[in-house]
Design a protein around this ligand. Structure first.
Ligand code: GLY
Ligand code: MN
Ligand code: MN
Length: 435
């Protein structure tokens, strides 16, 4: 992402903030994994969206109209001793030269400098409740201004949720973001194709997972979320990440895995037979989920509301469950009564972007929001016939199927960013046979 894109985002946010306001947001903290070991560092999505700045211990302050510069970055100072261990830091010069800050200060001096920047402002935009230490720090800076009230200092009178304007911006992706998301989706697509090529009975689930990690790292990415690789019964466990069982001849395997590249996520699920050939029962269930996914994708278009793809998928799934003899009654009544829930207990998708479950409201004033060009969502219907569901003919047991793609709303319809992974029964069987 080039600097102009970050500058444009900050400008847009400051326009939305209006006069005499200030926004303050923090970089993600480093998080311990276990003694002396930290999780790989991942910048906070909002912070990254506005700066591209990759370091922890940083605070961004935006002050529209400030004469000495509107974008202020507090960050770590250069430190040759520490840089021997942890690598180079941008420092204040780097913050200005490479990350578009107008002004930069050492983060260790923030308590002395930031309160003065809040003074006299009407509104303070910040994100409360995500990072308790930072919430406390903000209150401390505001209180510092309040203690100077008798000398005429005035603290901001209004605290405004920064996420409202910022997350509305993040929900609509720019052309550059769409291309970055397509690039990530295509790396995930390559990994799913690779998995279909190498899968065989007797393989451990984690060995199949390793094929994904290999492709992700080869493309300078990381998993956007822990991959789910579930054979047979494990495919019916929605958040199965153990990935420790052995894949069995005759079972399906459900793989939900996507890469994140430069802080943009992808999220793809495919389900296929471990031995390369669907049984009649597996095929019957699979065809229903595929038809539901196709119906839902067709409902992704500007002017349709958020819930229409879900409603389209649900109708196909419920009719399919009736055709299989797993539900009896009328489609409308079964939907109304949520009789399908033992077999389909999640929604058909979510916003996708820098976060895999991305930000953005799903309703506006109580109504499902309309889809607009630049929004990206997943379409991921499924059916899970776990052996714990009573009164199911045993031949359907432990068939779990989900099919998930990443879909952008375009001016006149939709664009599947994750296209190119075999999806029909014929395509999957051909790919697994090496055709
Ligand atoms: N992989 C997370 C999801 O599908 O929502
Ligand atoms: Mn998803
Ligand atoms: Mn997924």
């Amino acid at each position: 992402m080039d600097q102009q894109e970050y500058t444009r985002r900050r400008r847009e946010l400051m326009n939305l903030m209006g006069e005499n306001a200030v926004a303050v947001l923090a970089a993600a903290p480093e998080r311990p994994r276990n003694r002396d070991v930290e999780h790989p560092y991942r910048q906070d999505s909002d912070f990254h969206y506005l700066t591209g700045f990759p370091e922890p211990e940083a605070v961004l302050v935006l002050i529209p109209g400030r004469e000495q510069g509107e974008t202020i970055l507090f960050c770590r100072e250069r430190d040759p001793d520490k840089e021997v261990w942890d690598g180079p830091r941008a420092g204040q010069d780097g913050a200005c030269e490479r990350y578009g800050a107008d002004d930069a200060f050492p983060v260790d001096d923030i308590d002395d400098i930031l309160p003065g920047m809040l003074e006299g402002k009407d509104r303070l935009y910040c994100t409360m409740g995500l990072n308790p230490d930072f919430d406390q720090a903000i209150l401390g800076w505001v209180n510092q201004v309040r203690t100077r009230a008798r000398s005429g200092a005035r603290a901001p009178g209004e605290f405004v949720a920064l996420e409202h304007p910022l997350h509305e911006m993040r929900l609509i992706k720019s052309l550059a973001e769409l291309e970055q998301m397509r690039a990530a989706a295509q790396v995930s697509a390559e990994a799913h194709r690779r998995a279909m090529g190498v899968c065989h009975p007797g393989m451990p689930e984690y060995a199949l997972e390793a094929e994904f990690q290999y492709v992700f790292r080869r493309n300078n990415g990381w998993q956007a979320y822990p991959p789910i690789v579930g054979g047979g019964r494990n495919g019916c466990i929605l958040h199965y990440i153990d990935n420790s069982a052995t894949l069995q001849d005759g079972d399906l395997v459900l793989i939900d895995a996507g890469v994140e590249i430069d802080c943009y996520a992808s999220d793809i699920t495919r389900t296929f037979p471990v031995n390369g050939r669907f049984s009649a029962e597996q095929r019957a269930v699979y065809e229903i989920v595929l038809a539901a996914q196709e119906a839902a994708i067709a409902a992704v278009r500007p002017g349709n509301h958020w819930n229409m793809p879900h409603e389209a998928a649900l109708r196909v799934l419920v009719q399919g469950l009736m055709d299989l003899g797993l539900l009896q009654g009328e489609v409308d009544a079964l939907i109304e009564d949520e009789a399908y829930r033992p077999f389909f207990m999640h929604r058909t998708g979510h916003w996708l972007g820098m976060d895999v479950h991305d930000v953005g409201d799903y309703r506006i004033d109580g109504e499902w929001r309309l889809l607009e060009p630049g929004m990206v969502l997943t379409i991921e219907p499924g059916l899970y016939i776990a052996d714990s569901i009573p009164e199911v003919d045993p031949r359907w047991r432990n068939i779990g199927v989900r099919i998930e793609d990443d879909v952008a709303v375009t001016a006149d319809g939709q664009d599947i960013l994750s296209a190119g992974v075999p999806k029909t029964v014929a395509e999957i069987e051909a790919a697994m046979a090496g055709d």
